[in-house]
Design a binder for this molecule. Structure first.
Ligand code: Q5B
Length: 258
């Protein structure tokens, strides 16, 4: 009988008839007192955050909510919303694009910064990571040279270091990498990885928390697109035809652009 009760053994929540506890706290005590950021911390970490930690976590969550239809996660969710698959599937479509290259690089960035915070030389770590990939996680952007999300977020981390909320090791590591890579800038995955690292989250949660944050923007865009009533909206206007590569079957001429 014990084996069956242990099948979904969990420390996260306790739900029985007329009783709901989240991390040991009755849900009726949380409703109306805990904010959503408190709840994220509580569910992932098991206790409530201090005000300083809550402020940092919330800032990181706010910073990565949306990046407009240029961002692949947003564009694909909007496109999905026009295909009759429902809001939940449109949101899942957007979330499914968050990975190593877009929105999910904070996980590897935290691992890389972690090597430096553990004592390795930043130039050595950069060299080692570059030996396996030209692109270091958490750095580089399609068009921002200074991402407007960078300074407010890193300034808040600086303040939190001054206030003794966090120790600043991930911030120093990120700055060291940024100096080595200049002019390639730190991006939002990198900035949020600094915050999540400072707050002691495990690297996979840098990606998980980005997903939580971006889900808000994805939902807003998918909902707006739904309201616009378009059907089967493709990635580019129908008047623009993708360049055809290879021989034209009619003329036999190679149409590949030079
Ligand atoms: C993001 C991008 C593909 C951009 O590429 P780009 O196209 O600009 O780079 P390229 O033209 O290939 O490179 C030009 C020159 O810079 C060098 N260079 C570039 N990146 C370098 C780097 N990381 N480490 C060293 N060197 C680098 C490269 O080696 C070359 O140097 P050289 O060979 O000398 O000519 C690229 O950085 C990359 O994969 N980053 C790592 C993964 C990462 O962190 N992903 C998160 C991105 S944020 C995000 O997803 C959220 C978003 O902001 C998204 C949005 O909306 O965009 C949102 O909110 O939704």
């Amino acid at each position: 009988m014990r084996d069956v009760a242990d099948w979904w053994a969990t420390a996260v929540s306790r739900v029985e008839p007329n009783r709901i506890e989240l991390r040991g706290r009755p849900v009726q005590d949380l409703i109306g007192t805990a904010g959503f950021t408190d709840m994220i911390w509580l569910m992932l970490r098991g206790d409530l955050p201090t005000p300083g930690r809550r402020r940092l976590l919330e800032a990181a969550l706010v910073s990565s909510v949306d990046h407009g239809p240029h961002a692949p996660s947003i564009a694909v969710a909007r496109m999905a919303a026009t295909c009759g698959i429902g809001l939940n599937n449109a949101v899942a479509t957007g979330v499914n694009l968050l990975g190593d290259v877009h929105g999910g690089a904070g996980e590897q960035c935290m691992r890389m910064l972690g090597e430096i915070t553990a004592g390795a030389d930043a130039a050595f770590v950069v060299g080692r990571w570059r030996a396996s990939s030209r692109y270091l996680p958490g750095f580089g952007h399609r068009f921002h040279t200074v991402d407007p999300r960078r300074d407010p977020l890193l300034t808040l981390v600086e303040q939190a270091v001054a206030d003794g909320v966090v120790d600043g090791a991930h911030l120093r590591a990120a700055r060291a990498v940024e100096r080595i890579l200049a002019p390639v800038p730190i991006n939002i995955d990198g900035c949020t990885a600094v915050v999540y690292g400072e707050l002691g989250f495990a690297p996979p949660l840098a990606r998980g928390l980005f997903v939580l944050s971006r889900s808000v923007g994805i939902l807003a865009h998918a909902w707006e697109e739904t309201g616009q009533g378009r059907r089967n909206k493709g990635p580019i206007p129908p008047s623009i035809l993708p360049t055809h590569l290879g021989d034209d079957p009619c003329t036999g001429e190679d149409s590949t652009p030079t």
